[in-house]
Each structure stands twice: as C-alpha cells, then as structure tokens.
Write a protein that binds this ligand. Structure first.
Ligand SMILES: Nc1ncnc2c1ncn2[C@@H]1O[C@H](COP(=O)(O)OP(=O)(O)OP(=O)(O)O)[C@@H](O)[C@H]1O
Ligand SMILES: [Mg+2]
Length: 171
C-alpha cells in the first residue's frame, strides 16, 4: 500500500541481527529522521543498563524524541522492541502523529550473529554481546502484528538490495 502519508517505521529484532545497518539504509533512502536506542542509552547512562525500569526509560525518551520530529519527515525508530507494549506505544504515537505505521524485523542466523558480535570493537555505539542475544531470544515477545522481515545473514550488498526493494514497496 502506498500513499502520500509520512511513515513511522520501527526496525525491531534481536541484538546483532542488523537493525542499525538496515535502519541507516532506510533513513538515507527515505530522508528520514533516525532515532536509535543505542545512542539514547549512551546519552542517559555512562554504563549501559538493561533492567526493565531503565529499558522503559530509554524507550520513553525514544518516543519523546519521535514526537518532537518535524511533520514533514519520515521517522525511523531503531530498537530491539522485544516487548509488545513498546510496539503498541509506537503504534499509538504513529496514530497521534498521523503517520503510517510499519514494522520491520531483522533476522539473522545464529552462527552469523555470533561471528558479527564477536568481531565488534569498542568503537561500536552498541554494547550488545552474544550472551545478550542468547538471553533475549528467550524473552523476545514474538511479533504477531503484520510486519516485514529482512534477513541479514548474507553480505552488505544483499542487505542493501533487500532494503532498497522494501523502500520501493513502502513509497
Ligand atoms: N550484511 C552484513 N554483512 C556483514 N556485516 C554486517 C551485516 N549487517 C550487519 N553487519 C555487522 O554486524 C554487526 C551487527 O549489526 P548491527 O549493528 O546493524 O546490528 P543491531 O541489530 O543494530 O545490533 P544491536 O542490537 O547491538 O544494536 C555490526 O558490526 C555490523 O557492521
Ligand atoms: Mg543497533
């Protein structure tokens, strides 16, 4: 479905599955405002904190910043969104802002996530480690809402192509 309506896209998925990579491509192609919990978490805490109370705090800030976005721009929210309640809040905000709501889930094979997260350096803005991926796999509330999936197991070029194809469907 296409319309002139601006988008609010949430890019969800387990740690290390390629959310930020996909979100960045989407943002470039859609001229969108990109908001990331990776970045917001670092702004709020010196050491990353992942207990439920502080996770909620980071999402609250993410949603506040989304609501302050210019009306003329698409918005992309890059976060795990492992809890249904956070996806529901994003939907509510999309409605409030008159945006078309789109959910994209990134997926990747366990072996590839393992390799990619182990290669991460201290320069990466995200601190997610493979142990967090394994823990989150147990607690992630499966996305039963209508959504698109991008599998990022292949190389950057394949992911770029898939994401660009999805953008063409969305606009
Ligand atoms: N298609 C790809 N080919 C090779 N490397 C990739 C690909 N996609 C992502 N990566 C690398 O894998 C790592 C994880 O990707 P990315 O940061 O996009 O995942 P994420 O889901 O945002 O992770 P986090 O949950 O920690 O924020 C990064 O180092 C990234 O550069
Ligand atoms: Mg990320």
């Amino acid at each position: 479905m296409t319309s002139g309506q601006k988008l609010l896209i949430i890019v969800c998925g387990l740690p290390g599955t390629g959310k930020s990579t996909v979100a960045k491509i989407l943002a470039q192609r859609l001229g969108a405002k990109l908001l990331r919990t990776d970045v917001i978490r670092k702004e709020i805490f010196r050491q990353p904190r992942y207990d439920a109370k502080n996770v909620d705090r980071v999402y609250r800030e993410l949603f506040l910043q989304a609501q302050k976005s210019e009306e003329t721009r698409n918005i992309i929210l890059d976060a795990t969104f492992s809890k249904k309640k956070h996806r529901k809040t994003a939907l509510r905000i999309a409605k409030l802002l008159g945006r078309r709501f789109v959910i994209i889930e990134t997926m990747c094979s366990v072996a590839v996530v393992h390799l990619r997260l182990n290669k991460r350096t201290h320069r990466s803005i995200s601190d997610a480690r493979f142990s967090q991926y394994l823990a989150m796999r147990q607690s992630f509330e499966k996305i039963r809402e209508p959504h698109y999936v991008i599998n990022t197991s292949k190389g950057q070029r394949a992911v770029f192509k898939k994401t660009a194809a999805l953008v063409r469907q969305l606009i």
